[in-house]
Ligand binder design. Structure first.
Ligand code: MN
Length: 329
């Protein structure tokens, strides 16, 4: 098919750091064989382009930019537009951006059920037969919940049969691929789309020893955190002070909260990033929207859903934020 991208010059392919983002980028790389493309992921955990990343992108100085599987805010998009045409492919609910192409069936009225991942959007857009990369993205974003999506599962089952694979095996691939960002290996994340664009079968991913090593390290780190001490800071509210160099706070908070259904768990970790602390809340939160808004009003990166809130705050603000959060819960 005819691609809308310039055929001259170098493109920047900015993708999310998770399995869906890396696999979507891989699908694009396969389709853009003859174009020069540099893959890039923002600083892990940052759903925007901060000053450090702006510097890096200025250095690359691309002629056009493709964004996949990331709902960037307007000022980040405006920054990218200064280099040339911007193309966005995504499946997250977001505002429509004024760019050369913003292809997102979900904001155009399709349901998340029809497009469970950015790889689904890409496969459809490129008019390709669904393959391992297509289903990898959906497995990454939905995990076990993908089984509840009967529409997507029809395609998934067909691809699994062709691959002579099964649900568990593809989930294992996702675990290995996502180990890169959890360990914090950003360089490896940006190299992964190139690697994935040459992978046809799960074995290609499962056989990577470096990823298996990541997985073991993470497993041990998560267990250590989950088994360590937990403080009751208020009735039904528990605080977990973590000390991990890895991006495992969401997994740790989820494990702790799921084991104590009626409690709210706040986890904090100031060891993953040199300047910032990650804070994560899991459990029956009644006012998650108000909390997210308050933290955004304070200028922090914050997001979440009804039962989960995540944010990143400067280390010097951590104690105050924790105190305020405990009061708000
Ligand atoms: Mn996605």
């Amino acid at each position: 098919m005819e691609l809308p991208f310039p055929t001259e010059g170098e493109g920047l392919l900015l993708h999310h750091w998770d399995t869906d983002g890396m696999s979507s980028a891989a699908l694009l790389l396969q389709a853009m064989e003859s174009t020069e493309v540099e893959t890039f992921t923002p600083s892990i955990g940052n759903y925007l382009i901060d000053e450090k990343d702006q510097k890096k992108i200025r250095k690359i100085n691309p002629d056009f930019v493709i964004v996949v599987d990331m709902a960037l805010p307007k000022d980040s998009i405006d920054f990218l537009k200064d280099f040339g045409s911007v193309f966005i492919f995504d499946h997250h609910l977001q505002d429509k951006h004024d760019v050369r192409l913003h292809h997102n069936p979900v904001i155009d009225g399709a349901t998340p059920k029809e497009y469970p991942s950015a790889t689904w959007v890409m496969t459809d857009y490129l008019d390709r037969k669904p393959d391992l990369l297509t289903i990898l993205g959906a497995f990454g974003d939905r995990e076990e919940k993908l089984k509840d999506n009967d529409v997507a599962m029809e395609t998934v089952d067909k691809v699994l049969e062709e691959l002579d694979s099964d649900f568990e095996e593809v989930l294992k691939c996702v675990e290995l691929l996502d180990s890169n960002y959890k360990i914090g290996e950003r360089e490896k994340v940006t190299r992964m789309p190139r690697f994935l664009s040459g992978v046809e079968k799960p074995e290609g991913i499962l056989s990577r020893e470096d990823l298996q090593e990541n997985k073991e390290k993470l497993k041990k780190a998560i267990e250590d955190e989950v088994e360590g001490s937990l403080n009751e800071v208020k009735e039904d509210v528990l605080h977990k002070e973590m000390d991990s160099p890895y991006n495992i706070i969401s997994t740790v908070a989820r494990r702790l909260a799921w084991a104590r259904e009626d409690k709210i768990v706040i986890a904090s970790n100031c060891n993953y990033d040199p300047d910032d602390c990650q804070i994560y809340i899991r459990g029956p939160i009644e006012n998650s929207e108000a909390i997210i808004q308050e933290m955004k009003d304070r200028g922090y990166s914050a997001g979440g859903k009804s039962d989960v809130v995540g944010m990143v705050v400067p280390q010097e603000d951590k104690e105050e934020v924790l105190e305020d959060l405990i009061e708000m819960l």
